[in-house]
Each structure stands twice: as structure tokens, then as C-alpha cells.
Design a protein. Structure first.
Length: 131
């Protein structure tokens, strides 16, 4: 290729790097939003698990050492203290096991439309561990 032909070809492709740069920036933006969504979902999942754990332990303690409150109400209180709502509590008085389900609203994500909820289940048993 001669020098003038090379110069003409270079002028004809002028601006193509702008298109590539715009595509790369769009890809980086989508990946960043995806990472933010994953982070938000993971935080909500951990929060719901912590709330379920606390609620199950509180309900189990109420089963062993009753204070006059129902285990389900106590579990709901502990779930709320941890930023969750109690979805279910299988913790009838007279039993030795409390199983709770706690939910935390994740909310709208950047890439996935609609509201999302993180759900966690925890189980606490009461009894002797020794022989």
C-alpha cells in the first residue's frame, strides 16, 4: 500500500475508536450495576439469616424459660430488631425446637426489575447435650 492510500484509509476509519470506547464504557457500566445488585442481594441475605438466627434463639429460650410471652411474638420482635419480618415460627409451647423464617426486602435491583426478598430459615433446639 502506498503512502497516500494508507492516509486515505486511515481518514476513512477515523472515529471508529469512539464506537469501541463507547461500547467498552457501556459494558463497564452494566458490569458495575450487576456487581452492585449482587452486593445488595448478599447483604440482604446475610441480614435475613442473622435475623432468623436471633429470632430462633429467642423463641427457643422462651420455650425453656418462659417469661409469659409467646415464643412467636418474641421471635417477631427479635426479627424486627434485626431489620426483618418474621414469616413463620414453628415454636409451640411445650416443644423443644423453634424453627423460624425471616424475610428482608431487598427492593428493586438495577438490572433485574421488580421487588425482591431475601428469605432465611433458622432452627434452634433446646435440650441437654451431654450423656
Amino acid at each position: 500500500m502506498t503512502r497516500p492510500a494508507f492516509a486515505r484509509r486511515l481518514r476513512a476509519e477515523r472515529g471508529s475508536i469512539t464506537v469501541v470506547a463507547a461500547a467498552v464504557m457501556a459494558l463497564v457500566a452494566v458490569l458495575t450495576m450487576g456487581a452492585a445488585d449482587v452486593g445488595k442481594a448478599l447483604v440482604a441475605r446475610e441480614q435475613s439469616q442473622a435475623a432468623a438466627d436471633a429470632a430462633a434463639l429467642a423463641a427457643a429460650q422462651e420455650l425453656v424459660m418462659p417469661t409469659g410471652r409467646t415464643p412467636a411474638k418474641l421471635a417477631a420482635e427479635y426479627a424486627a430488631r434485626n431489620g426483618a419480618t418474621l414469616a413463620s415460627c414453628t415454636c409451640a409451647p411445650g416443644t423443644t425446637e423453634a424453627v423460624v423464617e425471616a424475610r428482608v426486602v431487598v427492593g428493586a435491583l438495577l438490572l433485574v426489575p421488580g421487588d425482591h426478598v431475601a428469605v432465611a430459615v433458622a432452627r434452634a433446639t433446646v435440650g441437654s447435650s451431654g450423656p
